[in-house]
Write a protein that binds this ligand. Structure first.
Ligand SMILES: [Zn+2]
Ligand SMILES: [Zn+2]
Length: 422
């Protein structure tokens, strides 16, 4: 076992003692938020608990309703220095919980017109509880703190309801990263992909961009027995689906970065002997490089439009840009890795493969250097390869893994401020 590379900071023992002391509260907060999950832009109860907590701690500023339900708190240390930001997302998912715990969610609501169960199936309940605990820990040590820590509790990471704005982008538009502006930002995600006690990190592109597309192929309706009397959008759509698959397999340089183009929904026609007017398909595009992202978008347009033209069909392609690539600033990652290695312990801060999922933490990273990392919550006895993943109705959090998240964020903030205070 090699020694962790960074010596403990001057407050390491105090931070550890404070994290141990807040432990029962951390679990209580997590269970309370878990039992009362709220969907994106509806985190009213969660946000009010967060805001009341930050105010009770004597924060210098607590702003609410930033980006609909977001909360931004500022904790100034007693000593002069720069500003660092920490972010937690607060929203749950339209998933019906199937985990057998006493605090399982029984909540139901209406989402985009449908009756759905609501569950913290992505673990944002843990993120809220972790960041509330970090607030307690650092507030207790503010006499020793240089500079200030900005706490960002963000709604709607999983996308707001149809027709609404929300999430990181809206919080930034509404000033979350201003007054004062942080010079670095840290965030974490609990994951089934790592066991309890392990931190996963990666420099550079770490999570994919996520964009959605909608393609409408417009043919001309006719009798199924006489296709020559119309234009068949079904056969054309089938060619478009296969054509789109050649973008990743034949056109982009996969040795540079991977990419994914998936058609996830296709709809057209009502019965066997009618060739319909239109077929509509929807899909998702994932990339790990912003230039590649734009290139793939252009190729989706070219492929669909030109295949349709060859069939003399019309074609409308709409690509909606959702989340950018989550890119961990290389310098910041290198500078803070020793902190992660120290808090996790030797060999327990592991280099992660890229994740094809996406994160709107990426929007903050477009404004300020940021580091987003993973904290394992799969019980040690379970195989991470078969553990129910985030978003599953069976996603389970080993709560004994949560204090490591508190220690990681508290020490990252403290170490960063120590290193950058003039
Ligand atoms: Zn999620
Ligand atoms: Zn998430």
């Amino acid at each position: 076992m090699s020694e962790p590379r960074r010596a403990a900071n001057r407050l390491a023992d105090s931070i550890d003692a404070a994290v141990a002391a807040i432990g029962p509260q951390l679990i209580a907060w997590r269970r309370d938020v878990h039992a009362h999950p709220e969907l994106g832009n509806r985190e009213v109860r969660t946000a009010s608990i967060v805001a009341a907590h930050l105010r009770a701690l004597g924060f210098d500023d607590v702003r609410t309703e930033v980006g609909v339900t977001g909360v931004v708190g500022l904790l100034r240390g007693a000593l002069p220095g720069p500003v660092v930001a920490l972010r937690a997302d607060m929203d749950a998912l339209p998933v019906e919980e199937r985990v057998d715990v006493p605090f399982a969610s029984k909540v139901r609501t209406t989402w985009n017109g449908e009756d759905v169960g609501v569950m913290h199936a992505c673990g944002h309940d843990a993120h809220v509880a972790i960041l509330m605990s970090v607030a307690s820990v650092l507030a207790g040590l503010r006499g020793e703190l240089r500079g200030a820590v900005k706490f960002i509790f963000q709604p709607a990471e999983e996308m707001p309801p149809a027709g609404e704005q929300g999430g990181a982008r809206l919080m930034i538009e509404q000033g979350a990263l201003e007054d004062p502006a942080p010079e670095a930002i840290f965030g974490l995600h609990v994951t089934s992909m790592l066991p309890t006690g392990v931190i996963g990190w990666r420099a550079g592109p770490a999570m994919a961009s996520s964009d959605s597309f909608r393609i409408t192929v417009r043919g001309r309706q006719t009798h199924g027995a006489m296709p020559w009397r119309g234009v068949d959008p079904i056969v054309t759509a089938a060619q478009v689906v296969l054509g789109l698959q050649t973008i990743v397999s034949r056109q982009v340089d996969l040795t540079h970065e991977p990419a994914v183009v998936t058609v996830g929904a296709i709809k057209g026609g009502v019965r066997e002997n009618i060739i319909p007017d239109t077929v509509e398909m929807r899909g998702t595009i994932r990339t790990f490089d912003e230039a590649m992202r734009d290139d793939v978008h252009a190729r989706v347009h070219d492929t669909a439009e030109n295949i349709a033209r060859a069939a003399r069909a019309g074609c409308d392609v709409c690509v909606a840009k959702n989340y950018p690539v989550t890119i961990n600033d290389s310098e910041l990652t290198a500078a803070m890795l020793p902190t992660l290695e120290r808090v996790a312990g030797a060999h327990r801060a592991v280099h992660m493969p890229k994740v094809a999922g996406s994160e709107d933490f990426s929007f903050y990273q477009h404004v300020v250097p940021g580091l987003f990392f993973f904290v394992g919550v799969t019980p040690p006895a379970q195989d991470v390869k078969t553990a129910a993943p985030n978003h599953s109705p069976l996603f389970f959090i080993d709560e004994s893994g949560l204090p490591l998240g508190v220690r990681a964020l508290a020490n990252l903030a403290f170490d960063w401020l120590e290193a950058h205070a003039a």
